[in-house]
Design a protein around this ligand. Structure first.
Ligand SMILES: *[C@@H]1O[C@H](CO)[C@@H](O)[C@H](O)[C@H]1NC(C)=O
Ligand SMILES: *[C@@H]1O[C@H](CO)[C@@H](O)[C@H](O)[C@H]1NC(C)=O
Ligand SMILES: *[C@@H]1O[C@H](CO)[C@@H](O)[C@H](O)[C@H]1NC(C)=O
Ligand SMILES: *[C@@H]1O[C@H](CO)[C@@H](O)[C@H](O)[C@H]1NC(C)=O
Ligand SMILES: *[C@@H]1O[C@H](CO)[C@@H](O)[C@H](O)[C@H]1NC(C)=O
Ligand SMILES: *[C@@H]1O[C@H](CO)[C@@H](O)[C@H](O)[C@H]1NC(C)=O
Ligand SMILES: *[C@@H]1O[C@H](CO)[C@@H](O)[C@H](O)[C@H]1NC(C)=O
Ligand SMILES: *[C@@H]1O[C@H](CO)[C@@H](O)[C@H](O)[C@H]1NC(C)=O
Ligand SMILES: *[C@@H]1O[C@H](CO)[C@@H](O)[C@H](O)[C@H]1NC(C)=O
Ligand SMILES: *[C@@H]1O[C@H](CO)[C@@H](O)[C@H](O)[C@H]1NC(C)=O
Ligand SMILES: *[C@@H]1O[C@H](CO)[C@@H](O)[C@H](O)[C@H]1NC(C)=O
Ligand SMILES: *[C@@H]1O[C@H](CO)[C@@H](O)[C@H](O)[C@H]1NC(C)=O
Length: 577
């Protein structure tokens, strides 16, 4: 009886541990060296950490990995671990004061999850908080970080000789490895010798067609293709899918010309790039489907030209390059636009140090616009978008009126650095969940109100969520109903004060929201909703709590499993007695 009980407990315990640790899946992998001898894989909780890192090195000796302020050993924060010939393991959080053996930290902030040898490789998996509160550790921030590694041929930790290296990776803001796409086919969708008008800002649109495919293919990587010399001119590019099988070829002013009514038909964001962005690679199990009868064939390519000196006669042929493969991956990717509906009646006051706008998406509306069962949305990346006044954007994920996480956070939003950012963990949005997009603006230098609108001097508050498997919902945005109440809006001050700015922000936030959901075939459903309060994002917070005792969903799950374990123990103890 005792033996059986022990085995069962062991089994449940092992299961619990594996569930708890595997819950932080390692979504990203990069080699740290050109010979592919050392790699890291990592993943993190989107709600401010912890981060889990796995280092794989081609050695049976010791393995060192860490963060360096300069690329050298001095001042670096490292872990060194390995498996002894007798099978025992060693692992410690250390810091280097120079080119000498790194000292063991007084406070151990790295938690070893697994350390094993297999053949000629050692695999070391550990986790830590982003900010550990230990002066011997470096904080992990959403910036390119200098990673260092070294390894030895045996378990005597000593000088590493040539077995060392450095690589810079932005672990928390990762857009995919920029490994060569040379062996993939590609097609380009571009403007062709378009003469940019002598206006400071211009949205040029062009209907383009995909090449024809003989079978289903997956787009797995998208690169910007900026014409040489026009880097200052091309501000952002968005490719919207058109709903019709047959589309007329048109081009010209996106929003104010005679062709714009046709352009408006193409509303589903398919790809996006903005100044400062690079290539975007999809996760290994996901691609954008092309070549089937369900896939869009015609697109509106929107080129946003920023021409501050209103120079005339500049010609541009920039666009996007799509790498694709017939080896289709497990899932088709979809893109959902969510945030504040672009409505000129929505005003942002001038002279505001901070003004927050809120948009709401209620996914309980989705089934009414989709035929058949509705799958969960596995969100893997988000592209956050405001215009020039935006300084921060956060996307909150709510279930049953409680926030369960973030689908995107940028506390230092920069208009000129927009690109899709992969989440540290795939977030599952189930039907019924609500999504709130919060945009923070700074209009200190503006004299008049800013309205929501299409020009860069207007504002937007949008998040494009990239997810799988794709469904036919195109966008899910909201507007505060109060903006249509002329008796209230006519009372907005012409001379804004901090107080009136704060009460106007509150008026828009607490107003009933009209949530507008549109599907691919232009089916529309409108419902009312209200904005829920968002938790502070924790990315920059210093955390000394050891991993496993935080209050994340993951840890609650572990607590639940331990509770079950405890009940089982009590049950068996009662059996024995
Ligand atoms: C890994 O190490 C083993 C043993 O030192 C060696 O035989 C093998 O070639 C190495 N692998 C690579 C990819 O270099
Ligand atoms: C591309 O394909 C060639 C020939 O098949 C191969 O030699 C090369 O290693 C491949 N390059 C990459 C980056 O996969
Ligand atoms: C664009 O202009 C260049 C230079 O005038 C010319 O060589 C090229 O053929 C043009 N491309 C197209 C597609 O018209
Ligand atoms: C701008 O372009 C318009 C129309 O092409 C032209 O009439 C006008 O003179 C141009 N202005 C300048 C300053 O070049
Ligand atoms: C509308 O599209 C057609 C076809 O591309 C183009 O010739 C025409 O100039 C466009 N109109 C405007 C005002 O841009
Ligand atoms: C808003 O912008 C002004 C002017 O650029 C700057 O001085 C101020 O610090 C900003 N406020 C915040 C809260 O970032
Ligand atoms: C939502 O919360 C209510 C009240 O707390 C509860 O009765 C209901 O079961 C919850 N629904 C879900 C889906 O968790
Ligand atoms: C301020 O903006 C509003 C709305 O865009 C506009 O109607 C008004 O003319 C502007 N006032 C000034 C002084 O520019
Ligand atoms: C507009 O707001 C006023 C004041 O709160 C309210 O009395 C009125 O019913 C509202 N009008 C509409 C059309 O909702
Ligand atoms: C705006 O308000 C400030 C104080 O709140 C006042 O000093 C100023 O005269 C007002 N300006 C106008 C144009 O009303
Ligand atoms: C608003 O408050 C800031 C400091 O929080 C102050 O610098 C600014 O002058 C105030 N603006 C107005 C219009 O009162
Ligand atoms: C879009 O919604 C409309 C109205 O509910 C529905 O008839 C249509 O089938 C939907 N389209 C798709 C692609 O599901």
């Amino acid at each position: 009886m005792i033996g059986k009980c022990g085995n069962l407990l062991l089994c449940i315990f092992a299961w619990c541990c594996s569930v708890c640790f595997s819950a932080t899946t390692l979504l990203f992998t990069e080699y740290l060296d050109s010979a592919n001898l050392v790699s890291i894989s990592w993943g993190f909780d989107n709600n401010g950490g912890p981060i889990t890192i796995q280092v794989v090195a081609n050695t049976t000796g010791w393995v060192g990995f860490g963060f360096s302020p300069s690329g050298s050993m001095t001042g670096s924060d490292v872990v060194i671990g390995g498996v002894n010939p007798d099978g025992t393991v060693y692992f410690a959080d250390r810091h280097a004061t120079g080119n000498t053996l790194p000292l063991v930290d007084a406070k151990q902030d790295y938690t070893l999850i697994d350390l094993k040898e297999s053949g000629s490789t050692t695999t070391m998996t550990f986790s830590r908080q982003l900010q550990t509160c230990d002066t011997d550790d470096l904080p992990i921030t959403a910036t390119p970080m200098i990673l260092i590694y070294a390894y030895g041929s045996n378990d005597i930790i000593s000088y590493h000789g040539a077995s060392r290296g450095v690589k810079v990776i932005n672990l928390l803001n990762y857009a995919g490895s920029v490994q060569s796409a040379v062996n993939y086919s590609y097609f380009d969708l571009t403007a062709t010798n378009f003469t940019v008008p002598n206006l400071t800002t211009f949205y040029y649109c062009k209907i383009v067609q995909l090449p024809s495919f003989s079978q289903k293919n997956h787009i797995i990587r998208i690169d910007p293709l900026i014409q040489k010399g026009n880097e200052d001119l091309v501000h952002h590019m968005v490719l919207y899918a058109c709903p019709f099988d047959k589309m007329i070829y048109l081009d010209g002013d996106c929003y104010f010309g005679p062709n714009s009514t046709t352009f408006y038909l193409c509303q589903v964001v398919f790809a996006a790039w903005a100044v400062g962005g690079g290539a975007f690679e999809f996760p290994a199990n996901v691609g954008i489907s092309v070549g089937t009868s369900q896939d869009p064939l015609y697109f509106r390519l929107e080129m946003h030209y920023n021409n501050p000196l209103a120079t005339s006669g500049r010609v541009d042929s920039s666009g996007l390059r799509f790498y694709y493969t017939p080896q289709v991956r497990q899932y088709d990717a979809g893109i959902l636009e969510t945030g504040v509906d672009v409505d000129q009646k929505y005003v942002i006051p001038p002279g505001a140090n901070i003004f927050k706008s809120y948009g709401l998406c209620k996914t309980n509306i989705f089934p009414s616009l989709l035929s058949g069962p509705v799958s969960d949305l596995n969100v893997f990346a988000s592209l956050l978008h405001t215009h020039l006044a935006g300084v921060a954007i956060r996307v909150g994920h709510f279930r049953n009126k409680t926030q369960i996480g973030f689908l995107g956070v940028n506390e230092n939003y920069d208009f000129s650095l927009q690109r899709p950012i992969l989440l540290g963990q795939t977030a599952v949005v189930t039907v019924g969940d609500e999504i709130v997009v919060e945009c923070t603006y700074n209009t200190t230098n503006r004299k008049n109100v800013t309205t929501m609108g299409l020009s860069t001097t207007n504002e937007m508050c949008l998040a494009f969520l990239m997810y799988y498997p794709r469904n036919a919902i195109a966008n899910c945005n909201s507007v505060p109903m109060v903006i249509y109440n002329s008796s209230i809006m006519s009372q907005t001050p012409s001379n804004w004060s901090n107080n009136s700015i704060a009460s106007f922000q509150q008026l828009l936030k607490t107003s009933t929201q009209t949530v507008i959901v549109i599907n691919l075939t232009a089916g529309v459903n409108v419902q009312e909703g209200s904005i829920l309060d968002m938790q502070p994002s924790l990315v920059a917070e210093c955390k000394s709590i050891p991993i496993g005792h935080g209050n994340s969903v993951l840890n609650n799950y572990c607590s639940l499993l331990y509770l079950i374990l405890l009940i089982v123990v009590i049950y068996y103890l009662e059996e024995i007695l």
